[in-house]
Design a protein around this ligand. Structure first.
Ligand SMILES: O=C(CO)COP(=O)(O)O
Length: 252
C-alpha cells in the first residue's frame, strides 16, 4: 500500500493578502508542478480567495484553518462549510492545539465538524497531540486514543481515510524541540492502529502527518518513518524556499 505523502504549511495568523501573494509567487516555481506529493497551505480567511485564484491549475492546494459545524446561524465570527466550499478550498484544518487551547475547541466540537466537512466534499486535516506534562506522566496513548476516537466517532468507517490526521505533540510546536524519530513513529503508528481498529483497510490508507518544529534539516528523517505520511509545518512553511525544501524531502 503506497500512500501519497502530504505536506501542508499552516500559516496560522501570519500573512496579509499582499504577503500571501508574495509567498505564492515564490513557491509556485518551486512546487507548483510537483505531482508525487500532495501540497497544501492553510491560509487565514481574508487571504483565501487571493491564494485560490493565484494557485489555480497548480499543485498547491488551499486549506482554511477553522470551520463551524452548523450549516448557518447565530455564530458570530464563525464560518460554515458552504462558505469555504464556495471559495473552492480543498479542505480545512480542525482541532489544532492552538484552537483547543486558546479558543476552547473541544473533542465534542470535532465530532460534529468532521462529518460535516466530509459531507461537503472537503478534506479535513484533523490535529491531535499531547502536552509535555501528559507525555511525562505516561499519558500520551490515553490522550491520543481519546482525541482520535471522539473526533472520528461520527465519521463512517468507509470514510476514515478521507481524513488526514496530524500528530502534533504540543511540546514540539514552535519550540524547536522536535520529536525524536522513535517518538514520532511510535505515536503515528498508534494513531494508525486506532483507525485500523475501526476498519483495517482504512487504517492502511489513512495519512498521518507529523507536526512540530519540522524544518528542512530534519524533514527527510521524519518523512522516511514508516507511519509518517507527511508533515504539518508551521514556522518553516512561511518562507517559500524552506517550505519547498520540506516538500522535496517528502518525494520518494
Ligand atoms: O503547529 C504546527 C503546525 O500546525 C507546527 O508549528 P511549527 O512547525 O512552527 O512548530
Amino acid at each position: 500500500m503506497t500512500r501519497t505523502p502530504f505536506v501542508a504549511g499552516n500559516w496560522k495568523m501570519h500573512k496579509t493578502i499582499a504577503e500571501a501573494e508574495a509567498f505564492v509567487s515564490g513557491a509556485l516555481p518551486l512546487v507548483g508542478a510537483i505531482d508525487d506529493v500532495q501540497i497544501g497551505v492553510c491560509v487565514p480567511f481574508p487571504s483565501i480567495q487571493a491564494v485560490v485564484d493565484s494557485t489555480r491549475g497548480s499543485s498547491l492546494q488551499v486549506y482554511a484553518q477553522n470551520v463551524h459545524w452548523a450549516e448557518q446561524g447565530a455564530y458570530t465570527g464563525e464560518v460554515s462549510v458552504a462558505m469555504l466550499d464556495e471559495l473552492e478550498v480543498a479542505g480545512v484544518v480542525v482541532g489544532h492545539s492552538e484552537r483547543r487551547q486558546f479558543f476552547g475547541e473541544t473533542d465534542a466540537d470535532l465530532r460534529k465538524k468532521l462529518p460535516v466537512i466530509l459531507a461537503a466534499g472537503l478534506e479535513p486535516i484533523f490535529c491531535v497531540g499531547e502536552t509535555e506534562e501528559q507525555r511525562e506522566a505516561g499519558e500520551t496513548e490515553r490522550v491520543l486514543r481519546h482525541q482520535v476516537q471522539e473526533g472520528l466517532h461520527d465519521v463512517a468507517d468507509g470514510d476514515l481515510a478521507k481524513v488526514t490526521i496530524a500528530y502534533e505533540p504540543i511540546w514540539a510546536i514552535g519550540t524547536g524541540k522536535v520529536a525524536t524519530p522513535e517518538q514520532a513513529q511510535e505515536a503515528c503508528a498508534f494513531v494508525r492502529a486506532l483507525v485500523a481498529a475501526r476498519d483495517a483497510e482504512q487504517g492502511e490508507q489513512v495519512r498521518i502527518q507529523y507536526g512540530g518544529s519540522v524544518k528542512p534539516e530534519n524533514a527527510a528523517e521524519l518523512l522516511a518513518l514508516p507511519d509518517v505520511d507527511g508533515a504539518l509545518v508551521g514556522g518553516a512553511a512561511l518562507d517559500p524556499a524552506s517550505f519547498a525544501a520540506i516538500v522535496e524531502a517528502a518525494r520518494a
